[in-house]
Write a protein that binds this ligand. Structure first.
Ligand SMILES: Cc1cc2nc3c(=O)[nH]c(=O)nc-3n(C[C@H](O)[C@H](O)[C@H](O)COP(=O)(O)O)c2cc1C
Length: 180
């Protein structure tokens, strides 16, 4: 027998948040690390990265207003967004751990344009100019325009699904093109 639908109502906001959180476990998401200038440097793991517009190019991510990264991101003119590869679970864990220096070794990074910390060896990265921040509930949607981007030609993304890091099961590395 099919189970009944959960009917959302403002009367029990906690139950609604739980129901939505449980449903979202079915969503498989790309794992990114967002970085921002600061002393010390700022960065956090996120699954809320998405493409908003292609012409002009605009991306977005959401950040919890209560997170330690928000004070810096609320002021940053530029941010870095790094798409992690399937081998970078530890990096994802590091940038989701509270109260540690996320940029200490073994994290490999360099200071990029506009003072944005850029992580080494990721699958792809974008250096973005922040164009707007929209507060929605307990998060801010940060909208940003990529000014530089780089991506690897091969490799597979790190995903998050059902509360765990995951990989594409059917991933096959493209073979190098043969030059006649
Ligand atoms: C897989 C994963 C995805 C996450 N996605 C987001 C996100 O999109 N937005 C966000 O604000 N925090 C996200 N977080 C939480 C942050 O990475 C970080 O743990 C949180 O900001 C707590 O950091 P703080 O204690 O320094 O404030 C995610 C965590 C994990 C493990």
């Amino acid at each position: 027998m099919t189970k009944p639908a959960h009917r959302l109502s403002p009367v029990d906001a906690d139950a609604d948040a739980d129901a939505l959180r449980t449903l979202l476990r079915h969503q498989a998401s790309t794992v990114v690390v967002v970085t921002a200038p600061g002393t010390p440097a700022v960065g956090f793991t996120a699954t809320s990265f998405t493409s908003v517009s292609l012409a002009p190019p605009i991306i977005s991510f959401c950040l919890n207003l209560g997170s330690s990264s928000w004070p810096a991101v609320s002021r940053s003119r530029y941010v870095g967004v790094h798409l992690l590869s399937r081998q970078q679970q530890e990096l994802a864990r590091t940038f989701a751990t509270s109260g540690i220096d996320r940029f200490a070794a073994p994290t490999r990074w360099r200071l990029g344009p506009e003072g944005v910390p850029m992580l080494e060896d990721t699958l792809a990265w974008l250096l973005c100019r922040v164009i707007d921040r929209v507060t929605v509930g307990d998060h801010a949607i940060v909208l940003a325009e990529p000014e530089q981007l780089w991506h690897a030609d091969v490799g597979s993304p790190l995903l998050y699904h059902r509360g765990r890091y995951a990989n594409l099961a059917d991933h096959v590395e493209p073979t190098a093109r043969r030059v006649a």
